[in-house]
Design a protein around this ligand. Structure first.
Ligand code: FAD
Length: 305
């Protein structure tokens, strides 16, 4: 990591940099090891300067609010980049289009659209995380997804150069896109549609109340653990395999929503991974369907370091 110490000494950039920084309290699951080098850029110019200094062999991982990741207990080597709230510029254009910085929370994107009589963004009021994370994941709920509203995405490539991707080039699919772990989404332009406030508010309220009724709240969780297979919901498969409330160490399958795992207080990342692998095994045994992780598993296990 001496290359990064040199960067700091030379005052080349203005972001914050930490070494051996624990990520545990930053993640929604409240588990995980340390980032060998954690970098929080001040702005996009700063980030571009930083990326240009990084050796092409160094592993880079980019995150937003860490609401969709399970960081293993052994932590993450290389460089970990967190996109901060300062990447939250908003610009409104003609024809109901808006450009949003990747550090803005999804619920604030929905609020901004509401304030400006723009429909199509209501589903974002139920999703935690940054809009950058939502784009990378093609996040969605209740029949709407990011791919329905994105027009163009601006990405900082690992060589520090900006590149624009249109909707087609993003190759959105179910909870996935073309974005690799070392590409940084900087901003995106969305196409909304003019709608009156009362109609938008009705939809936002419906999203929020459905979420409150069906999902655990005020607990450490990572949201949906597995992708839904085509014909059936993952929670139904887990439930009918008799696993509601099942626990390994401090990691538990939420009895409120069986596709949500929760940290009962003292879980390790290993507990969550073991619980996930156990669920995959049991569901396949009972139903012949192999569940696929939706949460991204990142980093090294303790026994690997
Ligand atoms: C309680 C709860 C409910 C949830 N409900 C939903 C839901 O209804 N629908 C849904 O789709 N998801 C849901 N999620 C999952 C999660 O909130 C979304 O996937 C969210 O969009 C992730 O944003 P983030 O900023 O936290 O991303 P992170 O978790 O930090 O990162 C997720 C992935 O995106 C990539 N990424 C993040 N930011 C960037 C960036 N700027 N540039 C490039 N890549 C980036 C990372 O590489 C990583 O692989 C839920 C999670 C929780 C905890």
């Amino acid at each position: 990591m001496s290359e990064f110490h040199n960067l700091m000494d030379n005052n080349l950039f203005r972001g914050r940099i930490f070494f051996d920084k624990s990520l545990e309290n930053l993640t929604w699951l409240k588990v995980g090891g340390k980032a060998s080098c954690l970098y929080i850029p001040k702005n996009r110019e700063d980030l571009a300067v930083f990326l240009k200094q990084i050796d092409s062999k160094t592993r880079i991982n980019v995150f937003g609010r860490l609401s969709n990741v399970l960081i293993r207990d052994g932590g993450i080597s290389g460089v970990t980049i967190l996109i901060p709230p300062s990447f939250s510029e908003i610009e409104i254009h003609k024809n109901n289009k808006i450009t949003i910085g990747s550090g803005l929370l999804d619920k604030n994107v929905s609020k901004f659209a509401f304030d400006n009589d723009l429909g199509g963004f209501e589903f974002l009021s139920g999703i935690p995380g940054n809009i950058g994370g939502a784009i990378a994941m093609n996040a969605g709920c209740y029949g709407s997804e990011i791919k329905d509203i994105v027009e163009e995405v601006l990405i900082l490539e690992r060589d520090g150069e900006l590149k624009s991707y249109n909707n087609e080039e993003m190759h959105f699919s179910y909870r996935n896109s073309v974005v690799e772990t070392d590409q940084v989404i900087i901003e995106a332009t969305f196409q909304g549609k003019h709608e009156n406030k009362s109609s938008i508010k009705e939809k936002i309220d419906a999203v929020i109340s459905s979420k409150e009724e069906s999902q655990p709240s005020k607990v450490a969780t990572g949201g949906s653990t597995f992708k839904n297979p085509k014909e059936i919901k993952a929670w139904e498969l887990i439930n009918s395999s008799g696993l509601s409330g099942y626990k390994i160490g401090g990691a538990m399958i939420s009895p409120i929503h069986n596709n949500f795992f929760v940290n009962t207080g003292n879980a390790s990342a290993k507990d969550f991974e073991k619980l996930g692998e156990f669920v995959i095994h049991e569901v396949e045994k009972y139903h012949g369907i192999r569940l696929e992780w939706e949460i991204h598993l990142i980093g090294d296990s303790i026994d690997e370091i």
